[in-house]
Design a protein around this ligand. Structure first.
Ligand code: GTP
Ligand code: MG
Length: 196
């Protein structure tokens, strides 16, 4: 019997699309509350996947940055530093806006935490570029620029998975599911995530 439950955390600026992505990954619209107004998610919320007690827990974090909730940082630091079951942190960036100053600070700080834990509790850092459907102009170049920015700020961060989840387009959701399963070494629960 599997004795451990694995966790992945989704973080990023307020309004970047964290809760929307988790809804999409879980295949359940409305399970995770989303909002047009930044600051909708106010605490860490946990979503268990798989038969009891659950193999994988998806954690939706409050957004950071302007009009987000700065005070959640401490809670998050504690969480990342103390849970041996943490397997991957997803940091989301809005494809239309790219990385701002706070994004750079957060990404750099997560990279440092990730490196500091590499021997004790190894977890990986994965970028996600959201709202690809709302990008305009030379999208390919804009994505390349964001990927370069991510790499230059955090060389060990896995390159951004491109996602969109709106009426207009749904992109990259399966890639995120696969990535979560792979991060935790749980090959057989992919179907569980899809149907939970
Ligand atoms: N066009 C488009 N809109 C999106 C996408 N993902 C999220 N949104 C919209 O962006 C807004 C914010 O989405 P949320 O998922 O609530 O964002 P969040 O990061 O959880 O926000 P906080 O909890 O406030 O930090 C909502 O109006 C979503 O419908 C996307 O891929 N494309
Ligand atoms: Mg949210």
């Amino acid at each position: 019997m599997r004795s451990r439950t694995f966790k992945v955390i989704v973080t990023g600026r307020a309004n970047v699309g964290k809760s929307t992505l988790l809804n999409a990954v879980l295949g359940r619209n409305g399970l995770v509350h989303t909002s047009k107004k930044p600051g909708r998610t106010k605490t860490l919320n946990f979503y268990r996947v798989g038969p009891d007690p659950g193999y994988l827990v998806l954690v939706d974090a409050p957004g950071y940055g302007s009009r987000g909730r700065p005070e959640w940082g401490e809670l998050f630091d504690h969480y990342v530093a103390n849970r041996s079951v943490l397997k991957r942190v997803y940091i989301l960036f809005n494809g239309k806006h790219g990385l701002n100053e706070v994004d750079h600070i957060m990404l750099q700080s997560l990279e440092e935490k990730c490196q500091a834990q590499i021997d004790a509790n190894p977890w990986t850092l994965q970028a996600v570029i959201t709202k690809a459907d709302s990008m305009e102009g030379d999208v390919r170049k804009a994505i390349q620029d964001i990927q370069r920015d991510i790499f230059e700020t955090a060389p060990t961060c896995l390159p951004g998975i491109i996602t969109a989840y709106s009426k207009r387009a749904q992109i990259g959701i399966d890639d995120v599911r696969r990535s979560m399963v792979e991060a935790c070494g749980l090959g057989r629960i992919e179907e569980t995530i899809r149907h939970s």
